[in-house]
Design a protein around this ligand. Sequence first.
Ligand code: CLR
Length: 264
Amino acid sequence: HDLVAIHPYSPLEDPYSLYPHSLRNVDELCASIVRSHRETTQYRVEELQALRWKVLSREEIQVYQSKSVDEMWQHCAIRLTDAVQYVVEFAKHIPGFRMLSQNDQIALLKTGSMEVVLVRMCRYFNTENNTVFFDGKFAGVEVFKSLACGDLIAAVFDFAHDMCALKLTEQQIALFSALVLINTERPCLEDRSRVQRVQRSVEFGLTHILHRDNQESLMHKLYQRMAVLRSLCSLHMEKLRWFSQRYPLTAHSLFPPLYKELFA
Ligand code: CLR
């Protein structure tokens, strides 16, 4: 397993993961999740804000649109895998995550990492012109035309737009991401009760933060978004199956191993 190779199990690096219940208080739990979010998001919000003027030119859009289907898929798969690696890093530092068996860590990442990438996408999204920061510049849906999955792209952009409307703080995004990842409903979990303990503590952390921010009504909306995330990810899998059938060679030999391991 690639995931295992990249992230050897080493609980000693993170003393809290050994004793998730000895966390002195919920503030400490939240602080640690927020810290690992901050350390694993490639760009800070202010940096992205400052880059907003960088929008792809007509000519640059043309270059993406004239790529072949498999070329563009490979390109996007590489970008997505990059983003997933950061999410794996984030997961490792969620208190309690590394206490789970390797099997369960992988099971959670398999279904959750793409969802967290989509949650994180709202930080990279500009609602004023519906563009996402991609390859160093802001890109609209038309840039992804050659992927030949316009419905998926439209749905992903809609989701980012809706997430932006919630105007979440970085701390709220961090706790929400952790909750998306630590989910007892994922298939193939060995020790659901252990996952449940971690899930409860993260849920408690998110509730705490929303209470502190006087935004308890967000909880309900966030749970609704989790259902949308699930449907987006199954659409992504469906597209990937379609693509792999049509371009078995690209899917097999040119996709990053981690992408194949997680999604294929
Ligand atoms: C999400 C937040 C991450 C950084 C990041 C990297 C790659 C981006 C992704 C963000 C958003 C979605 C994205 C992706 C590359 C391709 C993908 C723009 C900004 C689009 C939606 C195409 C999906 C294609 C698949 C069907 C292969 O921290």
